[in-house]
Design a protein around this ligand. Structure first.
Ligand SMILES: C[S@@+](CC[C@H](N)C(=O)[O-])C[C@H]1O[C@@H](n2cnc3c(N)ncnc32)[C@H](O)[C@@H]1O
Length: 298
């Protein structure tokens, strides 16, 4: 092999990255990745170029645009603020399930809720935050776990905040309708008691009943921005969200959760995530991907 062949040539910024309907260059991809990183903290590696193309080609089609270059110019401009939000929503991963990582709900039910619900019965408040709640299955699973222990939970000061950056998933969560397949992970007794068939779509989906719905408040919130909530929270679920962020951003998020948790506050994180950075000194392990604020009571 000649010396010439050993020279690594950089991929040209104008080279088309994906064969398809619209020209999509390295420069377009880098621009999109930079905007996603700036807005949502999400790191989009080069390996995701095809995925980005296929998700955003739909937006180009809807807008009647001919190139990704034009799309990038639009979302970078003042006139494209709304479309930039749609771009973000298209690029986030919203996969979720009822009772996903069920050991967290067992832990919540047996180790955490008994004290918290006793506290509520004595007139205290209980606050739980599902940060990055996607379409609502996580906060509703928390609500169902509470109802399984305290069927009249609505009488007490118990609230679950469910937040996500993506307004579409927040709206879906608020609506609270799920098809048979997504409901299959819900224990049958809970399903029977706390869900209602939905006549509006010919009973094809189930609606979350009032008791569970009343415990959950949905709102749009970007974890990269300001958090208006003061806390304290007794429990924070932030699962399978920071996995898309860079190390440094992950560490910053963990450090921001600590002061929002009350004594003994728990943090549940995703199966492939670990509390990292300076926050490791603030939390102790309390089970699989479960943490307790150091210095708190049991
Ligand atoms: C894979 S889902 C996880 C849903 C749920 N927590 C679970 O474990 O099943 C990740 C969610 O995080 C949200 N997300 C991504 N970046 C975010 C950010 N910067 N602020 C708030 N939510 C974000 C996405 O919109 C998506 O709904």
């Amino acid at each position: 092999m000649s010396d010439q062949a050993d020279i690594k040539r950089p991929v040209s910024a104008s080279k088309n990255l994906v064969e398809g309907e619209y020209p999509f260059t390295q420069e377009d991809f880098r621009n999109i990745a930079a905007m996603l990183h700036a807005d949502a903290g999400i790191a989009l590696p080069d390996s995701k170029a095809t995925l980005a193309y296929s998700r955003l080609a739909k937006r180009l089609r809807a807008l009647g645009l001919k190139t990704f270059k034009d799309y990038c110019a639009l979302v970078a401009s003042q006139a494209g603020v709304e479309e930039r939000q749609k771009m973000l929503a298209s690029l986030t991963t919203n996969v979720t399930r009822f009772f996903r990582e069920p050991h967290h709900f067992d832990h919540l039910k047996t180790k955490v809720l008994p004290d918290l619900l006793a506290q509520a019965k004595r007139g205290g408040r209980v606050r739980i935050w599902s940060a990055g709640c996607s379409t609502g299955q996580e906060p509703y699973s928390i609500a169902l776990t509470i109802l399984s222990l305290l069927p009249d939970a609505g009488r007490y000061d118990i609230k679950i905040l469910a937040s996500d950056i993506d307004p579409n998933v927040v709206a879906e969560g608020k609506a609270g309708f799920y098809d048979e397949e997504s409901c299959s992970a819900i224990p049958r007794d809970l399903m029977k008691r706390w869900f209602v068939p939905n006549p509006e779509d010919a009973f094809k989906r189930w609606g979350v009943g009032e008791a569970a719905r009343d415990l959950v408040s949905f709102r749009e919130l970007n974890l990269m921005g300001q958090w208006p909530m003061k806390g304290p929270f007794d429990v924070i679920f932030c699962r399978n969200v920071v996995i898309y962020f860079e190390e440094e951003t992950q560490a910053r998020i963990w450090s921001r959760y600590a002061p929002l948790l009350g004594p003994g506050g728990r943090l549940y994180i995703g199966h492939s995530e670990r509390v990292s950075g300076p926050a490791t000194a603030l939390f102790e392990t309390d089970g699989l991907t479960t943490y307790r604020l150091v210095g708190g009571k049991a």
